[in-house]
Design a protein around this ligand. Structure first.
Ligand SMILES: [Zn+2]
Length: 296
């Protein structure tokens, strides 16, 4: 169902015209725009980052390995998925990966920045895109799976987002989350990425559970690369204001291959049932329940 952001009425319709109050979102380049003020004013991510990101991510170990992890999680925990919404789809690299493995799934992508949607719409022709504020999602019981990959750490009201995702999911729907982890890894990289926080497992589990989800699986990843990650961050600390945000995208090809190999090995272990306690990021897979309390 769609949910009117003006009167909160839910309705089934092909377009966004609310049958109750007549409200409809703005449109820009044929994409519905639900939160134009946020698109103009948001500081959560630098829109100028999209072009270099789109150019490098398909070869970059970090994005490739994260896609492999997400696709695996969706295959394992999202049996029978027919609709998938990605919150904060950026340039569409994740959605493109999902489209390749799940050609029959209806794909939806939302983003604060229209600049990101332009790249994403070019990559995945069959998906539906919208500009949206994740704190106010215009759907109710609509999706089998909602994913937010390295998104909620940018948002002050992360618990509001989790509750909105809960409402947008069908009964027993699935939440896939990745977030940056460990406060002791905080550095200029986080400052520049406009992160509000890096999570602890305890904090993330508590928030996901409070939103009504039951945690199905939780594991760290980027475990084997913690030493180089820590070294890189300590180097950035010494550089002060000279931090170059694009440096992390420009990695030597040999190192890039080696790092991807390390992360593929981690994924093999995760597939085998290993859940890592520490790592640069954390994956949480959680199911919509009737507000039952999780044991994890
Ligand atoms: Zn309405």
């Amino acid at each position: 169902m769609k949910r009117c952001l003006h009167c909160s009425q839910t309705f089934e319709s092909r377009d966004w015209f609310c049958p109750d109050c007549g409200w409809r979102p703005e449109k820009s380049s044929l994409v519905p725009v639900f939160s134009p003020e946020l698109a103009r004013s948001s500081s959560g991510f630098k829109a100028s980052y999209f072009a270099p990101l789109a150019a490098r991510e398909s070869d970059h170990f970090w994005f490739r390995a994260r896609n492999a992890l997400i696709v695996w999680a969706l295959e394992k925990y999202g049996a029978g998925v027919s609709s998938f919404m990605e919150i904060g789809c950026g340039t569409g690299f994740v959605l493109q990966g999902i489209a390749g493995h799940f050609p029959h799934v209806r794909l939806f992508g939302s983003e604060i920045y229209p600049e990101g949607i332009a790249f994403a719409a070019e990559r995945i022709a069959g998906a539906e895109f919208m500009q949206m504020d994740a704190r106010n999602i215009p759907f109710a019981e609509e999706f089998d799976v909602v994913g937010a990959f390295d998104v909620i750490e940018h948002i002050d009201e992360d618990e509001t987002v989790l509750k909105q995702i809960y409402s947008a999911l069908k009964p027993h729907g699935l939440l896939l989350l990745t977030v940056p982890q460990h406060r002791w890894l905080w550095s200029a990289v986080d400052d520049h990425a406009c992160h509000v926080r890096r999570y602890t497992a305890r904090e993330l589990h508590a928030k996901v559970t409070r939103a009504g989800f039951r945690i199905e699986r939780s594991t760290s990843f980027i475990v084997s690369l913690l030493p180089p990650m820590l070294a890189y961050r300590l180097m950035q600390r010494g550089k002060g204001n000279t931090f170059n945000p694009h440096e992390g995208l420009n990695i030597h090809p040999v190192l890039n291959k080696f790092f991807e190999g390390c992360l593929r090995l981690e994924l093999a272990l995760i597939r085998g049932g290993v859940s890592f306690p520490v790592g640069g990021s954390r994956l949480v897979v959680a199911k919509k329940t009737d507000k039952t309390v999780s044991n994890i």
